[in-house]
Design a protein around this ligand. Structure first.
Ligand SMILES: [Zn+2]
Length: 383
């Protein structure tokens, strides 16, 4: 049986232990020690990383009586090794895990919802609850969670007796066998848990809900906690500063400024549409009465505009083909006719000029990879 040192002291970073066994597994050497400060994956908290003498610990697994360390090198059974855990990684997990307790405890007390899923990812923490929360309710919960952090309360982990347990109201993710470890955050949470936590709530740092989404019949909260919350703040602060400089407004008003800019863009777009419409009408007016065939090239039109111009041109001629693009990048096209079967013509046109697209009479659209000269030549050969 492995003595789990992290259980009694979550702050233990280094220790000496005896190697009980070492076997080559699929993902590295599986090493069992008589005692360890390495926390194995469990209850949503990822496994620790670190070193055992010269061996790197890639992963740590809980195998009932034993904690198995997956390492890159073998270690001699019977020898004594020095273990050192990656403390920055572990402390972040302790902050995130303790923060999750506070949040889940508060939501359970206020709304009666259970924590039905917990995941500490590389970039953020997610916690799933069995019921829905409004934006206001999320804000209230977040505020109370941070008040609990600032109150700097002591977090206790204890093994109560059977009788004490029977009279205790605590959250529990599943039926647990054996000794039950109860983690208490006074005023916020009482929960059965085997993970590692900080000593006092003040060490958790900020708890920030950055997003929420529906999950099953409840809600998933996406969180930044502790050092990760500060990293997130730093990233967002830098972004806000850059945007603020680009817009020449204070960071507090960047959203307002972007909204104004979007309105201006919309006004310009509308003006552009109106101008192009005038141009299209003029181009159509210039076509001589009784025209049989018009091949038009116009720069910088999108597909909708090509079609709008083709519609107008086709009112003045029996066969209208409108193109926009360049010799280098190819041309978008719309071809309309009430006289010619453009559906059939389109297939030949695409084949001849490396094009794609099609449609039904009286209009087809698509694009070709050909030069203006090649396109003109194609139509010049046809009546
Ligand atoms: Zn816990």
């Amino acid at each position: 049986m492995t003595d789990r040192l992290y259980d009694k002291d979550a702050y233990l970073q280094e220790f000496d232990a005896e190697v009980l066994s070492c076997a080559e597994g699929k993902k590295g050497y599986e090493i069992v020690l008589d005692r360890t400060a390495f926390f194995p994956e469990g209850g949503g908290q990822p496994a620790d990383r670190g070193r055992l003498d010269g061996a790197e610990v890639w992963d740590v697994r809980d195998k009932k009586e034993y904690v198995v360390h997956i390492c890159d090198k073998p270690l001699e059974p019977g020898s004594t090794v020095h273990g050192k855990i990656d403390w920055n990684r572990r402390f972040l997990h302790m902050q995130q895990h303790s923060g999750e307790h506070i949040l889940s405890g508060i939501i359970h007390r206020r709304f009666g919802y259970d924590n039905i899923g917990f995941h500490m990812g590389k970039d953020f923490v997610t916690v799933d609850f069995s019921g829905l929360l409004s934006e206001e309710q999320i804000e209230e919960v977040e505020k109370e969670a941070n008040e609990t952090v600032f109150a700097n309360r002591e977090i206790r982990a204890e093994y109560p007796t059977g009788r004490e347990l029977a009279s205790l109201e605590y959250r529990s993710k599943k039926e647990i066998e054996g000794n039950i470890r109860i983690v208490t955050v006074p005023g916020a949470d009482i929960c059965a848990c085997c993970g590692t936590h900080v000593r006092r709530t003040g060490e958790i740092g900020p708890i920030k809900v950055i997003a929420d989404e529906h999950y099953k019949s409840g809600i998933r909260l996406i969180l930044e906690i502790g050092w990760k919350a500060l990293e997130d703040y730093d990233r967002k602060h830098r972004n806000a500063k850059e945007i603020s400089a680009m817009l020449s407004v204070p960071p507090e008003t960047i959203a307002e400024a972007v909204e104004k800019q979007q309105e201006q863009i919309q006004t310009l777009k509308n003006a552009n549409i109106a101008l192009k419409q005038k141009l299209f009408i003029k181009l159509a007016e210039e076509i001589a009465e009784g025209s049989r065939k018009e091949i038009l090239f116009q720069e910088d039109l999108n597909s909708v505009e090509v079609r709008r111009l083709a519609d107008l041109v086709s009112e003045k001629t029996e066969f209208a083909a409108v193109f926009s693009g360049s010799d280098e990048e190819g041309y978008k096209y719309v071809i309309c006719s009430n006289k010619v079967d453009v559906s059939v013509l389109g297939k030949d046109f695409n084949r001849a000029l490396n094009g794609r697209g099609g449609g039904k009479n009286p209009m087809i659209q698509g694009s070709v990879q050909a030069s203006r000269e090649e396109i003109r030549k194609y139509f010049a050969d046809r009546p």
